[in-house]
Structure formats: structure tokens, C-alpha cells
Design a protein around this ligand. Sequence first.
Ligand code: ZN
Length: 176
Amino acid sequence: MHCPFCRHDDSRVVDSRTTDDGFAIRRRRQCPNCSKRFSTLETASLSVIKRAGVAEPFSRDKIVSGVRKACQGRPVTDTDLAQLAQKVEETIRASGSSQVEANDIGLAILPFLRELDDVAYLRFASVYQGFASAADFEAAIKQLKMDGVTPKYANEDADGEAVIADQTTSTKGSLT
Ligand SMILES: [Zn+2]
């Protein structure tokens, strides 16, 4: 690629490393003409096709903000959301496709959200699976019971009291 400083049409790679999340390679380059250094970031392209047919780059932040809305008043943490978004990205990239429909991302989120919080899962599923009535919620709840999934926050109050109790227990545990 062209040097961003002098526009020389060649550059030499001096260092190459994978980013922490493993989804990109950062290359340190040097221009043989002006000797200045610059970095390039190489990622496998993944675009999201919105309903109107418009494509935009895949964004983990958008997954986090979308799921966070469904988690209002629930004890789900930012770390939980970041991990969920990472798992969803891994799942989608593993399919090998460079384009994904926005709705398919919603559907890919569901199994991970189900393991996290049942209330948020039902809220999210009602949107992405197009629940039309209370009967759809009943069916989804029945399915949850049948599958025997125990979400991480299944037995906790919305105000997070059980979370505080858990932390107290673990503090005691670490002191002994
Ligand atoms: Zn240069």
C-alpha cells in the first residue's frame, strides 16, 4: 500500500501481530522512501444487511446496546454483555460468510441470552421471533422448561439483591 506520508507506492512490513480478540492482524510498516512508520489493521470483512437492504460493518457494540435494552432492570452485567457479543461474533464468523442479515444476528443472540437471563431472553425473543400474543410467550416459557436450561440469573430479583448476597458469600469464602 502507498505510504501515507510521501505516497511512495511500496512499504515494508516490520512487525505483524494478531490483536487480543484474534479477529484482526496489526502490521507495522515502514516506507523505504521516507523511512516513516505506520500501522495497518487487517480484518475479515463482515457486513450486516439491514431490512432496507443497506449494508453496514458488523459491530459488537450494536449487539451489546441491543441486548442491554432487553436487560433493563435485570442483573446482567457489562461483562456478561461483552462476553455474549463475543460469542455471537464467533458463531457468525464461524459460518464463513462475509454477509449476515440483521435478523440472523438477533436469532444468533437468543441461545446465549437464554443461558444468561430468562426475562431478557423472552423480551428479546418476542421481537426477533415475532411473538404475536401471550400464547407465544407461554410456548416459549414451556420450551425453556422442557429444555431444562437454567439461566445464570434465573433465581435473582430484578433489584439484584441475590447478587449482593453472592458477593458477601464469596468474600467470606476467600477470607478463610
Ligand atoms: Zn514514505
